[in-house]
Design a protein around this ligand. Structure first.
Ligand code: MEV
Length: 314
């Protein structure tokens, strides 16, 4: 018998990745086309709390996993937060169509879906800020020094203007815009890209701080354009291209990303950049219309992108 079910969407970073770890602003939005789902159901076959992840071919008892396992961490943290015991004879089923390790927030979305399903079953409210902090506990364990943007945008389910350790600000999108999101198919763990940047920053602080400042300024400009009444998609696209150039300078792009970004640009994108941690994973392109988005998406698929999504940020 199903006891509760909950979902959480993926996310995309529009501007400011990496610099956001160093206290500069970033913009991000949910991607509702991809989701993680958590289902809690009775499992009379055992007294244990079990986890079943058919996509990953995994089935195990909660008590058997290392307590640093991200699924175990979010389960324990959520029940503890709600002051509820972990129930026996319950199975948690996890499924997700958010590709893993591609910058779309798969880990944070899985954690958020689990925490929501647990709150539902306990008949408790889990406000977005509480959900965000629970998911952040898992992010911190696995990403080292996460800015907190992934858990925030996924928990609040709205476009955000985000600065680490500062109160959340909604990004007020005045005119919805078309985005194409394409996956290189290359798995690129966030913590590796983030720690690579950290090493290079330690070796050359001045140069990296300058890059982060430049990214911060681009992000502020992008926010102003997105929030203004008058459309200026051409300038927004140009800012994306400039952000990409700095991401290349700080060493987080890759030949696969560059190739897809080039394909998007020659097929009509107003601008394109990597999105998320880089070294593979996802790129985004700004399109002037739905038709343009479809053309860019077709070109990217033809060029070998593995998952292509067209979405509207609003
Ligand atoms: C990952 O989605 C974005 C990064 O900026 C890391 C972070 O913000 O924690 C690369």
């Amino acid at each position: 018998m199903i006891l509760s079910q909950a979902t959480a969407s993926g996310k995309v970073i529009l501007f400011g990745e990496h610099a956001v770890v160093y206290q500069r602003p970033a913009l991000a939005a949910p991607v509702t086309q991809v989701k993680a789902m958590a289902t809690l159901q009775t499992n009379e076959a055992t007294d244990d709390f079990t986890i079943f992840a058919p996509d990953l071919n995994q089935h195990y008892r909660l008590q058997d996993v290392d307590q640093t396992n991200p699924i175990a961490v979010i389960i324990h943290a959520t029940f503890q937060h709600l002051s509820q015991p972990i129930p026996p004879s319950v199975q948690l089923k996890i499924s997700s169509n958010i590709p893993l390790g591609r910058g779309l927030g798969s880990g944070a979305a899985v954690s958020a879906a689990i925490a929501r399903a647990i709150a539902n079953v306990c008949k408790h409210q889990l406000p977005p800020h509480a959900l965000s902090s629970l998911v952040y506990q898992v992010e911190r364990l696995h990403h080292g020094t996460p800015s907190g943007i992934d858990n925030t945008v996924i928990a609040f389910e709205q476009p955000v203007y985000f600065i680490k350790h500062q109160p959340l600000r909604r990004l007020n999108v005045q005119r919805p815009f078309h985005l194409v999101i394409a996956d290189t198919g290359v798995v690129a763990p966030t913590h590796q890209a983030v720690s690579g940047v950290r090493h290079r920053w330690q070796a050359n602080r001045h140069r990296y701080e300058t890059c982060f400042d430049q990214i911060g300024r681009l992000t502020e400009k992008a926010r102003d354009i997105i929030e203004q009444e008058q459309a200026d998609d051409a300038l927004l696209g140009q800012l994306m291209d400039e952000n990409q150039t700095i991401l290349e300078t700080i060493g987080v792009s890759s030949p696969d990303l560059q190739r897809l970004i080039g394909v998007a640009r020659v097929n009509g994108a107003l601008g394109a950049k990597l999105s998320g941690a880089g070294h593979g994973g996802t790129m985004i392109a700004l399109a002037a219309s739905q038709t343009a988005a479809t053309d860019i998406a077709d070109a990217l698929s033809g060029a070998g992108a593995v998952g292509v999504i067209t979405t509207i940020i609003n």
